[in-house]
Design a binder for this molecule. Structure first.
Ligand code: KIV
Length: 267
């Protein structure tokens, strides 16, 4: 990991060098230190904390206050890694609300980038955020905050129309100023094609090994939720034996592009 603080510029340079980006979710200071020591470049304070920390059934009940609190815990301990905070459900339903949420997540939470779920309908909001100095990570494919509309956690972009929609959304968000894209649960071939086409780095989760980097939910990859981890994840603690070894193993497998393997990929 570079000695200086990681920014979207660092990640763009890594993409150009084909140096894979390692990202994990992180919700507290203790793990922020461990992840950074293991070489994880991006710490995502995901609203998955609603499910893995709070025991909620979905991410929908997560509030801005929760995200600010956990972002601050992580930011205080992260000296070099890029800290991204999720904007919770409906906190970016208008551009004004998004600016107010970003003010809290960056000002009080110490995050250096915010992430929001959705496609081209968010282009104006993304443009407004970036115009005011807020770096934005987009999130396409499976959108967990839309689980009630989607009717469940399902792979997206499996047919031509769905794939074309994701591609158009990605281009619209990049044009609007997004500097990073999380692509969740889409076919590996689509993710690889998008990573090749887009200038912004693409971080995959359940999207195959052809992305510019990978992210997993920390509690899934440490095997802390037996029987509840998605099939695209891997229990690195079981494979490597300790938390520190699991984190180092994850970073190594992402960097050498051996994770995700065929068993963790749709097609
Ligand atoms: O909230 C989260 O943890 C996320 C990841 C699944 C990418 O958005």
């Amino acid at each position: 990991m570079p000695a200086e603080r990681i920014t979207s510029t660092t990640l763009a340079a890594m993409k150009r060098r084909r140096d894979a980006i390692a990202c994990l979710t992180c919700y507290d200071a203790a793990f922020a230190g461990l992840l950074e020591s293991a070489g994880v470049e991006v710490l995502l304070v995901g609203d998955s904390l609603g499910m893995v920390l709070q025991g909620q059934p979905t991410t929908v009940p997560v509030k801005l206050e929760h995200m600010v609190y956990h972002s601050a815990c992580v930011s205080r301990a992260a000296a070099r890694s890029l800290v991204i905070a999720d904007m919770p459900f409906l906190s970016y339903a208008t551009a004004d609300r998004a600016l107010a949420a970003a003010e809290r997540l960056m000002g009080d939470g110490g995050a250096a980038m915010v992430k929001l779920e959705g496609g081209g309908e968010l282009a104006q909001t993304v443009a407004r955020l970036t115009r005011f100095g807020v770096p934005v990570c987009a999130h396409l494919g499976l959108l967990p905050q839309s689980v009630h509309r989607l009717g469940g956690y399902r792979y997206q972009g499996r047919d031509d129309a769905g794939a074309a929609r994701i591609r158009a959304d990605a281009l619209a968000l990049q044009d609007a100023g997004a500097s990073l894209l999380v692509l969740e649960c889409v076919p590996a071939a689509l993710a690889q094609a998008l990573a090749g086409e887009l200038d912004m780095p693409v971080i995959g989760i359940g999207a195959g090994s052809g992305c510019d980097g990978q992210v997993l939910v920390l509690h899934d990859m440490l095997g802390l939720l037996p029987g509840r981890s998605p099939t695209f994840s891997k229990d690195f603690a079981a494979a490597y034996g300790s938390v520190a070894a699991a984190l180092a193993g994850y970073v190594a497998e992402v960097k050498e592009r051996s994770f995700p393997g065929p068993g963790h990929t749709l097609y």
